[in-house]
Design a protein around this ligand. Structure first.
Ligand code: KE4
Length: 431
């Protein structure tokens, strides 16, 4: 049982004097679950330790990058080795070629790739490239999907926007927001109707192939096939935002699970192994539009940073080993089956699911297919679940509209301990 948060609370009081909301990313503030955040001292494997010495089994995994768990030896060794060469040169290195080659070999729709420093930069750049190639302005996204905080994409977004129950953001000019249509996820019919009406004006359609920012909501195969067919028909660019799903749900990303090839793919999280990396890639023909080869501008001081490249290379090499994803899937199924059994025993309206090592838990008895379904979840009950689990040493995302990540560091006993804690907490959530 977690005993005290005194050090974290003292630090939070200092942090809010200096940093907006005391955090450098809103969802970390734990506002939606009525908490102040635990300040983390260190991590190892699947365990986090906060500043008060409380230990947690970690299912946030830095919001996705830590598929190997924290401080995996091969990652630490790679960073340490490259550190001997320096930290940043602002010039090309062999390491960027090595990571680019790993990405090109892994992701079937990518022939060329540009490294950036975050998922936001990746999606923002992919949208600019799509607009540059097509000469069109309007883009389509889907309610509840989150693609980072670029102006064009903060419309009806998921993740922190959904968590804070805000529709978009002040500061995004109406003229910019007006260029973004946000439609219903998994609704092929409404998408087709819009494309029939204005497909020739659509620069790009961007989608999370397995949504992880409204909770975990997989796309139906029919929906993704419709996006592919309609964008091809109208000359629009299809972008799979695989910042979360890339190398997570499969080594080649969700596009290899569905066998549907987007025109552009955005990546992040796992390819940086815990250091800041994003990337966008696609066919040579498309990517050669990017400066300095082509006219579409995009740049970054720390893009391709040697330490981040080293962490990404080590991570991808380590996860591209026989049986890695199968064992992750087994562990994830053990967790989800355990949670669903505990839910049934407690008789509460909730449901867990997973795609590979991305798991979701909704406090609603509806089958969740889109953001409106997700919003039927009982947020108070989620908040009580969150607090109960944290007090039992289980660290999940402080939002109903996020997912749980399982790493190769989560052993069967960690999963069993998690299910045991959930059994106790679910019982306390009975109506
Ligand atoms: P970043 O700019 O945060 O690196 O990536 C933005 C992004 C883009 N696309 C997808 C599918 C994403 O999930 C994200 C970021 N994910 C959130 C968690 N749901 C990051 C956590 C946070 O905002 O602090």
């Amino acid at each position: 049982m977690t005993t005290n948060f005194q050090s974290s609370q003292k630090l939070f009081q200092k942090a809010i004097q200096l940093i907006p909301g005391g955090v450098n990313s809103p969802v970390r503030a734990c506002k939606s679950v009525g908490m102040t955040p635990a300040f983390i001292h260190h991590a190892d494997g699947c365990t986090l330790v906060d500043m008060d010495g409380n230990r947690y089994i970690d299912y946030v995994g830095s919001w996705g990058p830590m598929i190997l768990g924290h401080r995996h030896p091969v990652v630490i060794e790679a960073i340490t080795r490259v550190l001997e060469r320096g930290t940043s040169f602002g010039a090309p290195t062999d390491l960027e070629i090595e990571l680019a080659q790993l990405v090109v070999d892994a992701v079937p729709s990518i022939e060329m790739v540009r490294m950036v420093n975050s998922g936001t930069e990746a999606t923002m750049s992919a949208i600019r490239l799509a607009r540059g190639i097509t000469g069109r302005d309007i883009i389509i996204k889907f309610d509840g999907c989150y693609h980072g905080h670029a102006d064009a994409l903060l419309v009806s977004a998921g993740s922190g926007i959904a968590t804070l129950a805000i529709s978009g953001s002040p500061g995004v000019p109406d003229v910019i927001a007006a260029q973004t249509l946000s439609l219903t996820y998994n609704d092929s019919q409404s998408f087709t109707q819009i494309m029939d009406r204005m497909g020739s004006q659509i620069a790009a359609v961007i989608v999370e192939p397995v949504a992880g920012n409204m909770g975990m909501v997989p796309a139906t195969e029919n929906f993704l096939k419709t996006l592919r067919t309609e964008t091809s028909r109208h000359g629009s660019i299809l972008i799979f935002d695989e910042v979360m799903t890339g190398f997570r749900v499969a080594y080649g990303g969700a596009q290899t699970l569905y066998n549907i090839m987007p025109d552009l793919t955005t990546l992040g999280k796992i390819i940086g192994g815990g250091l800041p990396v994003g990337a966008y890639g696609g066919s040579r023909d498309f990517m050669e539009h990017i400066a300095p080869q082509g006219p579409v501008y995009q740049a970054g001081t720390l893009s391709g940073n040697p330490l981040a490249m080293a962490a990404g290379i080590a991570t991808l090499k380590q996860i591209h080993t026989p049986g890695f994803y199968e064992s992750l899937d087994t562990a994830s199924a053990l967790l989800v089956d355990g949670l669903n059994t505990a839910i049934q025993e407690a008789g509460i309206p909730a449901r867990a699911n997973h795609v590979g090592s991305m798991a979701g838990l909704f406090f609603t008895d509806k089958i969740v297919r889109n953001f409106d379904d997700a919003k039927t979840a009982d947020l108070k009950r989620f908040s009580n679940f969150y607090n109960g689990m944290l007090n039992r040493g289980i660290y999940i995302a402080p939002s109903q509209f996020e997912v749980l990540f399982i790493s190769s560091a989560h052993s069967t006993s960690h999963i069993e301990e998690t299910v045991h804690a959930a059994q106790a907490v679910f019982k306390g959530l009975r109506i």
